[in-house]
Design a protein around this ligand. Structure first.
Ligand code: HEM
Length: 402
């Protein structure tokens, strides 16, 4: 089905218009990471696409950094972005600009600090072991449904102290939002996740605990007032959504890569100490989240005229492959000392859950390499677009023990 294309605004010159859909482009379907960097060669550095309601696409890391560090001119507030204004609930903190955003981050940062995440490492490990041991004797699995999706949702449910039986229902709601076939389905999915959070908040009000939602209910914005019902719902919704599909996608792409590169995988098996530093290099190439900003005023951005209200899209996976910031970007070198990337974004909105994501992926690889010394990918690995790119399915095979 041909998506409706937005008209080209009068201030956008023809040579800066490029036909590319960041959430569903055939180029990205070939390989959402490597082929996206073709944009560096074939498209203008900052170009306007008529897809997705019409928006600019930022292809280079330096430009992305400059914009993401400038929330005054490039806002995350839906009041500046007609497209995001339709989304309910308004999520906290990503849809707020400083100074409100800063107040919310002060509440949330301690809940996701490296120290707090280190304290849940044992739970994360136990879940990784359980999921791997479930598939181990079969000698193969469809990684996305059997592990990739379940692992982060189980961890979230642990963080909010909720029984696992809810996982399939919650995943169905998330799927609607992240990959709904049209805007209405996506909005419906988001509203359904919000509805679950409202119910869970009600339960915590009645019976407070030490979980994440109970902490949100106790929190005071700037030490003065509790979060409003809308803010609680928005924060709970994002804490839930932010860490699901992103982790499924990145972990699955990493497993796809390792299954297809046995020599690199053997290095991790033979030297588990390499996993910690190697994860950063694997992350550099395997992010896949799209996110947006909108201009709060008319801006001359390095010679490009951006008008107030214009939306900008960031395809986060391409920045770690930008030859301007890294030598030999396509070489995945597990010994690289610094692996620059923006898969967690940058500036004030830099991913709150990056420490958790790193722990999840590192621990998962530690446990997988310990049990499965060789594995391979079987068949094609088609990808699904959307707000987060992900393999649609990923069949892995290994020799079952004994
Ligand atoms: C590999 C996994 C992950 C990736 C690739 C990823 C990616 C991102 C990106 C690109 C942003 C910036 C969005 C923007 O600037 O508008 C972000 C923000 C955020 N992420 Fe993650 N994320 C991951 C894991 C997680 C996890 C596990 C959580 C757990 C709660 C999480 C929660 C959040 C939240 C709450 C924000 C909003 C931060 C703010 O606006 O201040 N993410 N993430």
């Amino acid at each position: 089905m041909q998506a409706t294309l937005a008209p080209i605004p009068a201030h956008v010159p023809e040579h800066l218009v490029y036909d590319f859909d960041p959430t569903n482009d055939p180029l990205l379907h070939r390989d959402p990471h490597i082929s996206a960097t073709a944009l560096h060669r074939i498209a203008p550095r900052l170009f306007y696409t008529r897809h997705n309601g019409g928006q600019w696409v930022v292809t280079h890391a330096a430009d992305a950094l400059e914009i993401l560090r400038d929330p005054e001119r490039f806002s995350s507030d839906p009041k500046n972005n007609w497209f995001n204004a339709q989304r309910k609930p308004r999520t906290v903190p990503n849809q707020y600009d400083p100074p409100e955003h800063t107040s919310f981050r002060k509440i949330l940062n301690p809940m996701f600090s490296p120290g707090a995440m280190a304290r849940i490492a044992d739970d994360v490990r136990a879940m990784a072991v359980e999921l791997i041991e479930e598939v181990l004797p079969k000698g193969g699995c469809e990684f996305i449904s059997e592990i990739g999706q379940r692992f982060p949702v189980y961890i979230f449910l642990k963080l909010v102290d909720t029984p696992r039986e809810l996982a399939p229902d919650l995943l169905a709601r998330v799927e609607k939002f992240v990959r709904g076939v049209d805007g209405a389905t996506k909005l419906q999915g988001l509203a359904e996740v919000g509805a679950y959070i409202v119910t869970a908040l009600e339960e915590r009000r009645r019976k407070p605990g030490t979980d994440l939602l109970s902490k949100l209910l106790e929190a005071k914005v700037d030490g003065e007032r509790p979060l409003t019902q809308g803010e609680l719902e928005g924060a709970g919704t994002l804490l839930f959504l932010g860490g699901l599909d992103t982790v499924t996608s990145t972990l699955s792409f990493i497993m796809n890569y390792l299954g297809q590169h046995p020599e690199q995988y053997a290095r991790l098996v033979n030297d588990p100490g390499l996993i910690g530093s190697g994860v950063e290099e694997l992350l550099r190439v395997h992010g896949g989240a799209n996110f947006e900003r909108a201009a709060t005023q008319d801006i001359d951005f390095n010679g490009v005229k951006i008008a107030k209200g214009d939306r900008l899209n960031f395809i986060s996976q391409v920045y770690g492959l930008d030859p301007e910031i890294i030598e030999n970007p396509f070489e995945i070198n597990l010994d690289r000392e610094i692996s620059p990337h923006l898969i967690f974004g940058a500036g004030p909105h830099r991913c709150l859950g990056s420490h958790l994501a790193r722990i999840e992926i590192r621990i998962f690889l530690e446990e997988w390499t310990r049990r499965i010394t060789q594995f391979r990918v079987e068949g094609d690995v088609p990808t699904k677009g959307g707000i987060v790119w992900s393999p649609e399915y990923l069949n892995l095979r290994w020799n079952a023990p004994g």
